[in-house]
Design a protein around this ligand. Structure first.
Ligand SMILES: O=C(O)C(=O)C[C@@H](O)[C@H](O)[C@H](O)COP(=O)(O)O
Length: 369
């Protein structure tokens, strides 16, 4: 098992990465639990696979899990579900010192984390991420949120979990498309700040996607360590450091908004395409070489992820995509900071990007054949 600490003073916690952690969930969580029952929120897909082994694990410790099972999908990150989860936790008489468990992918983690953030002004929560994307990204760092009609993650809070258990065995049954989508966030750590890891992924990415144990653990642990370092330096995204983790997201969130946050384009797919667009836009500004921008495109393609906006069949122009970006949380006094690249492994936050220029760039991408 690999253990990555997230160093945040009194709110520090561990991310434990290894096999069979869900079958051992009760023992792993035991020091944090105070009652003979524990609330667990999950979705129907995850429940089908993991309810029984998790339940057995708690039975061995004499703890009774109480379950709330939601519909799967990005649409679950809604006001309605936030109310449903918080009402349920109140009915469960959860106190501030208690922990609620979020068992599932990024949607469950973000939603339950936000519910925990506001329940009685903050109760504990434990992340049990079951997708690659959630293991390497959303379960770590304390960003919690729901979506609204105006965009993604616009209502939320910073609220750190007390523990993250990333069970690599949970990835064995993950659909290939979800695996590739999570891989986009793995690749992101190489592109934004770790060129040797980018090179390692170029050679071993296939093994990661095939879930070969050693390569998978290395990829997850390296990704989590990168995120933990950045979060420890800039927990609340105030110093142009944590914002680097948003590489590909400004373009990506706009594409997600345009496709209605639907299965048409998964979050990780949007990030992969967004990363390609960020690299190409950086090349257009003369900041990264065309060759390196092309390497980013090739790495995205090699993972079976989308690299061309034209393939989405969108019925919109660059201006419409740029308008989605105006809702971005990074908007600052009328300007939108963009995470761009000087080289692979050297991302930075640009504050001089004109939306008119982005619009022109996107129009070019939308017309490309
Ligand atoms: O943890 C962060 O910080 C990130 O930006 C990681 C992103 O990959 C993640 O998708 C995050 O939830 C997006 O953050 P947002 O602030 O753009 O909603």
């Amino acid at each position: 098992m690999a253990v990555v600490p997230v160093e945040l003073g009194g709110r520090s916690y561990e991310v434990r990465i290894g096999k069979d952690l869900l079958r051992d969930a009760a023992r792993q969580c035991a020091p944090l639990l105070r009652k003979s029952s524990v609330p667990i929120v999950t979705d129907a897909n995850v429940a089908r696979r993991w309810r029984e082994p998790v339940e057995a694990s708690f039975a061995r410790e004499g703890v009774e899990p109480h379950w709330l099972v939601l519909d799967p999908g990005e649409a679950a990150k809604s006001w309605e579900n936030l109310q449903r989860v918080t009402d349920w936790l109140l009915a469960e008489q959860v106190e501030r010192g208690d922990h609620v468990l979020a068992l599932g992918g990024g949607v469950i983690g973000d939603l339950v984390g936000f519910a925990a953030a506001i329940l009685k002004r903050g109760c504990g929560f434990i992340q049990l991420p079951t997708t690659l994307l959630a293991q390497v990204d959303s379960s770590v760092g304390g960003k919690t949120a729901i979506n609204t009609g105006a965009g993604k993650n616009l209502i939320g809070a910073f609220h750190q979990p007390s523990l993250v258990l990333a069970d690599l065995g949970a990835l064995a049954t993950l659909p290939d498309r979800e695996m590739r989508a999570g891989y986009a966030e793995v690749l992101k750590y190489g592109v934004l700040g770790d060129a040797p890891f980018f090179d390692w992924l170029s050679a071993h990415g296939v093994e990661v996607l095939a879930r070969e144990e050693g390569s998978l653990e290395h990829a997850v642990a390296t990704s989590v360590a990168a995120k933990a370092r950045i979060v420890a330096e800039d927990e609340r995204e105030t110093a142009d450091r944590r914002a680097l983790l948003n590489l590909g997201h400004t373009f990506g969130h706009a594409l997600e908004a345009e496709t209605g946050f639907s299965d048409r384009l998964l979050h990780g797919e949007a990030v992969a395409l967004g990363m390609v667009l960020a690299a190409r836009y950086s090349a257009r500004r003369g900041e990264i070489s065309d060759a390196d921008a092309e390497r980013v495109t090739r790495a995205v393609n090699a993972a079976g992820l989308p690299s061309e906006i034209t393939a989405l069949g969108l019925d919109c122009d660059g201006r419409r995509l740029a308008e989605h970006m105006l809702h971005d949380k990074k908007m600052d006094a009328g300007t939108l900071p963009f995470v761009l690249l000087r080289a692979i492994g050297d991302a930075y936050v640009a504050r001089d990007v004109e939306l008119a220029d982005i619009t022109e760039f996107l129009n070019g991408e939308l017309r490309a054949d």
